[in-house]
Design a protein around this ligand. Structure first.
Ligand code: PLP
Length: 437
């Protein structure tokens, strides 16, 4: 089917959950997506952070073909080959003790919330005083299921589904006084969990401060509440370390991963300490598809590709990310319309002063075949594949610079350019062979 036919059928038959952009992608290679007309788009979004190794990565392709031919699913009633191997890798890179596999970000977060409630129940059964309330942050996003949306701050995601889960309160972002006041309100032990994203993604690429993160850790330690750290967008290398909390030197009690974990194959995971894990016994929680051999085999391939060559890909992410950030910083200095650049590694946001201009720039970038996303109204968000190179950064920032200049001078953007990129090359980095750009 062609784009227009698909649009017509979707309009009629599908639940209208998404306002899609009118582009039909049919294949991808490296950091480029190809549309139905054979045009290539430089992808700075990687499927909202999922296609972390880009498209057609050889290690992923090999794992998909091999495991797809062997065994896809059996259920959690039996042992399968790859869960243990994956759990070994995840506990090693995270510094946490136990793993639970599921199928998406919101499901991983839901498991974290349930674990916090169950852990508090266990502590109460052992004679400790601890309540059931949950503290989350302003501008947070943790997913769409009932528990996840209850800890998500934005009204537009919450209100249509009221009443949500009671007992969730929100702290002003990075406001330590508000954190202390809320946490110690009531009896002082009302909260069983504090939730945070080290770098908020949907909220606009907002890093928590070292002091705020440390205070969350200290408050949880003071009562036995669990510190739940959502790394669904920031985790598995995106910021140049395996987990963003490793930049802060703080170990959470629970963390969640999803998006890049199996490189675009749906998979989520929750990791936790031995102490938190005491609260879960067989039958309390689970999911049919979770940790099936297919998803696990692909996740192993993704992690091993990142780990390859002494974690060269993490160093590459830091290097290209720093370069990207410095080039975006120059836009802040040269364009009055640009407010600030934020983020770490290849999780970056460029905040403009106007939501209207951010919408226009994202749209015009797309017309110029560069995929950039806008989040939180005014923020252009960059979550490119980890294999991005400096030359792709230059293409992107040069185009942003040009568009911002046109808007500053009051000119409308002249339609789509004929050439937005170098070419789809067969360089080792696009093929995933080396990560140095
Ligand atoms: N948590 C964070 C930080 C996210 O960015 C997202 C998705 O954007 C989620 C949770 C929900 O993940 P999913 O869409 O896979 O359910």
């Amino acid at each position: 089917m062609k784009l227009q036919s698909i649009q017509a059928v979707e309009q009629k038959l599908m639940l209208q959950t998404y306002a899609r952009n009118p582009y039909l992608f049919v294949s991808g290679e490296g950091v480029y997506l190809r549309d139905e007309n054979g045009d290539d788009y430089l992808d700075l979004l990687s499927g909202i952070g999922c296609s972390a190794l880009g498209y057609r990565h050889p290690a992923m392709e090999a794992a998909i073909l091999k495991q797809g031919a062997n065994l896809i699913h059996t259920s959690n009633l039996f042992y399968t080959e790859h869960t243990a191997e994956l759990a070994l890798r995840l506990t090693e890179i995270s510094g946490l003790d136990r793993v639970y596999f599921c199928n998406s970000g919101t499901e991983a977060w839901e498991a974290a919330l349930k674990l916090a409630r169950a852990h508090a129940g266990l502590l109460r059964s052992e004679g400790k005083t601890i309540g059931t309330k949950i503290l989350a942050l302003d501008h947070s996003f943790h997913g769409r299921t009932m528990g996840a949306v209850s800890t998500t701050s934005k009204d537009k995601y919450r209100e249509p589904f009221n009443p949500l889960i009671p007992g969730v309160e929100f702290v002003a972002f990075n406001d330590i006084a508000d954190l202390r006041a809320k946490f110690s309100s009531g009896s002082g032990t009302d909260f069983c969990a504090v939730c945070l994203e080290p770098i908020q993604g949907e909220g606009g690429i907002n890093p928590v401060t070292q002091e705020f993160f440390a205070e969350c850790r200290a408050l949880c330690d003071s009562t036995g509440a669990l510190l739940l750290v959502d790394e669904i967008q920031s985790g598995l290398g995106r910021t140049g370390k395996w987990f963003a909390y490793q930049h802060y030197g703080i170990r959470p009690d629970v963390t969640t991963l999803a998006k890049p974990l199996a490189g675009g194959i749906p998979m989520g995971t929750m990791l936790c300490t031995e102490e938190a894990a005491r609260a879960i016994t067989p039958g309390m929680h689970g999911t049919t598809f979770g940790g099936n051999p297919f998803a696990c085999a692909v996740a192993i391939a993704v992690i091993d590709a990142i780990r390859d060559d002494s974690e060269a890909m993490l160093a590459h992410i830091t290097k290209v990310g720093d370069y990207f950030k410095s080039r975006l910083q120059a836009l802040v200095e040269n364009h009055p319309a640009v407010k600030e650049v934020r983020g770490l590694g290849l999780m970056l946001g460029l905040e403009l002063h106007s939501a209207d201009l951010a919408t226009k720039i994202a749209h015009e970038m797309m017309q110029n075949r560069i995929i950039v996303n806008r989040t939180s109204d005014t923020v252009l968000r960059f979550l490119p594949p980890y294999i991005l190179q400096k030359k792709h950064v230059d293409i992107t920032v040069d185009k942003l610079d040009h568009l911002l200049q046109l808007h500053q001078e009051g000119h409308a953007e002249p339609g789509a350019s004929t050439s937005n990129h170098d070419h789809i090359d067969a360089s080792p980095i696009l093929a995933g062979g080396t990560t140095h750009g």
